[in-house]
Design a protein around this ligand. Sequence first.
Ligand code: TXA
Ligand code: MG
Length: 343
Amino acid sequence: MHTEIVSVDNDMDNFVSYQQAVDILKSGGVVAFPTETVYGLGALATDAKAVQRIFEAKGRPSDNPLIVHIGNKEDVSNYAVDVPENADKLMNAFWPGPLTLVFHKKPGVIAENVTPGFDTVGIRMPDHPVALNLLRALGGPLAAPSANRSGKPSPTEATHVLTDLAGRIPLIVDGGKTGVGVESTVLDMTSNPPEILRPGGVTREMIEDIIGPVRAEIEGANEDDAPRAPGMKYMHYAPESPLFVIEPDETVIQEAVRQLHSEGKKVAVIGPDEFTIPEADWYFAVGPLHDDEAMAAHLYGSIRQCDLTDADLILAVGTEAEGVGAAVMNRLLKAADGKRFNG
Ligand code: TXA
Ligand code: MG
């Protein structure tokens, strides 16, 4: 299969730009498209055969449920039941935006394989003009996981999608780099209090400002806990070489690189713009020190760049697990499989 890339940047608001994508989706195919978080691989969520193609293209275990994307807030009632008042408040505050809300599923509407074995459904309204225009031109819901091969970091540029899925999908809608850079916050509204199953761009602090205390027990990679967000149990975002989280201290990193060199290892470092680590074999800058938003935006791209080197080991600078930093540390510790560099 040939994978075509169509750029909509110059005519984003013209629905003609989306006709090819809409035609493919309506005939049961899959299309990659940008959201404000990461690129998604979409299929019509009411078409089980189309949804099956997502799992095949990604090589994704089919027991891991997919998020349903909608173009209007009002569409929620088409797919979910028992939507609590708190959820209305959150939708008004954060939609469109990087917040997925898990509700009880309305039976018989969304294809069974979108949420295999679950009586719940995760729904979000993405905050990206291309995603919203595509959803509105299509006039239906899109089931869409991140558009990477299973086990790779989520794509934040169309070229990342092409690297992973060339020959496996017919079309990538290119809308440039995504903004947030890590996947949406997943909040389970069916438990009381609501529980953050995956930290993301809408932070715990922002949610609690609107609806009061929520549960959030997933600071790091608690892979052994029985996962409520099934995606959590799979090894994710794994770089080719082992990755270690290291403290944001220039001297500590320089010392670590020296030590690893003495063991004959080539080292790639992911760190802030300001650090100078002349000994590092590769250095990938992810924005100003302590700027968690910038780090989120650049993290997956920098892990992909490490994969293009022949580094034996990756050192990635950590941050505080607060605000967007919670999402950054969650993804970093997953990529590290929990490992921290301690010399
Ligand atoms: O930002 C995002 O959310 C991106 C873009 C494309 O929208 N999508 C994304 O999808 O990250 P995916 O499939 O890679 O991650 C979905 C996460 C998984 O951890 C999954 O287990 C969880 O959401 N999830 C989906 N439906 C769920 C449900 N009904 N109950 C619990 N967890 C659910
Ligand atoms: Mg994913």
